[in-house]
Design a protein. Structure first.
Length: 332
């Protein structure tokens, strides 16, 4: 088969590209002109330059492909404007779907986020409204997923949604918010933390789950790609055991962390228009229990489950190998 992967250079996207190539498929990768392509070096794929915010730039990308993996997204806790999230995650998704449908593409898979389900009453469906969501990122992903599921009902193209929990592993060049947390610990910058509960998954398992959902997923369905329920304190403890870096001395009370975030976002975000070190939404997220049991979805797809310890070790090794870690006690 021949597939297009949007955001092919990204954390999830590049791992999907590798999984597709390993399975013998032909791959087109859509990347922006300014994209960092380190994750694609040495891979046998066709790259196409384009921006999902501009539908006209997508025509070449969707030409003659059997399916589209839409992994491209703006994934962060803060941006200067909600419009940044909306244009990329919502309008960008619509642009890719419309271009794919016009080109006669059969299957479309959207990469969403399982964190949305933590805000619903049953933990398995989307919340009733965006008012329950604590960040612009989640609001935009909610709207994008709604657009995709509505598109499946109305268009001539099958749409499937893949919803990873919190992925870790190789290729996190950005890095993602989770990757930044791991790096902050590895480099000795984490003096304290606000604990939270979530589900962690190997990014290579996420990539394999994407392929399985594309091949076998039911149109109009969401498939949660996760693995183990854990907590930030447990992850930090494991990182300490592996690296020898001491665990932070104290856990920060939520009210204190939220106050610091408001101050930081006012000065850094509002006055200086640059990313705050402590975005408000990152602290609010710690109050949400994002644990989930992905077993029904994984069993239906036959998706793999790599142990958390192995996944975190792969993440550590990748960051060290690519020069992200400056802690001499670890890298020597």
């Amino acid at each position: 088969m021949k597939y297009l992967v949007t955001g092919a250079n990204g954390f999830v996207g590049s791992n999907v590209v590798r999984a597709l190539l390993d399975a013998g498929h032909e791959v087109k990768g859509l990347i922006r002109t300014s994209s960092n392509i380190m994750n694609l070096e040495g891979l046998d794929l066709q790259t196409v330059k384009g921006d999902i915010r501009n539908r006209e730039e997508l025509e070449e990308a969707v030409e003659s492909v059997d399916g589209v993996f839409h992994t491209a997204a703006l994934y962060r806790f803060w941006s200067g404007s909600y419009e940044d999230f909306y244009r990329t995650n919502v309008e960008g998704t619509k642009n890719v779907m419309l271009a794919a449908e016009a080109a006669g593409v059969d299957r479309f898979l959207l990469t969403s986020t399982a964190s949305l389900l933590a805000h619903s009453e049953d933990g398995e469906t989307l919340p009733e409204s965006v008012e329950q969501l604590p960040s612009d990122y989640k609001i935009s992903k909610y709207l994008a997923e709604k657009e995709a599921l509505d598109f499946n009902d109305e268009a001539e193209m099958d749409v499937v949604v893949a919803s990873p929990t919190v992925p870790v592993g190789p290729g996190d060049y950005g890095p993602t918010p989770t990757g930044r947390m791991i790096l902050e610990f590895l480099n000795g910058g984490m003096k304290g933390f606000v604990d939270m509960d979530f589900n962690i998954v190997d990014v290579e398992d996420v990539a394999e789950g994407h392929l399985l959902a594309m091949e076998n997923g039911q149109p109009g369905r969401r498939y949660v790609l996760g693995n183990r329920n854990t907590s930030l304190s447990e992850v930090v403890q494991f990182l300490s055991q592996v690296t020898g870096v001491p665990t932070p001395r104290f856990r920060i009370p939520y009210p204190m962390a939220l106050t610091a975030a408001w101050i930081d976002e006012f000065f850094e975000g509002f006055l200086m228009n640059r990313r705050p070190r402590i975005p408000i939404s990152s602290i609010r997220t710690t109050r949400v229990d994002e644990r989930i049991d992905p077993t029904p979805w994984l069993n239906e797809l036959g998706a793999p489950k790599t142990p958390m310890s192995k996944s975190l070790k792969k993440s550590i090794d990748w960051f060290i190998e690519h020069g992200y870690v400056n802690n001499e006690e670890i890298v020597r």
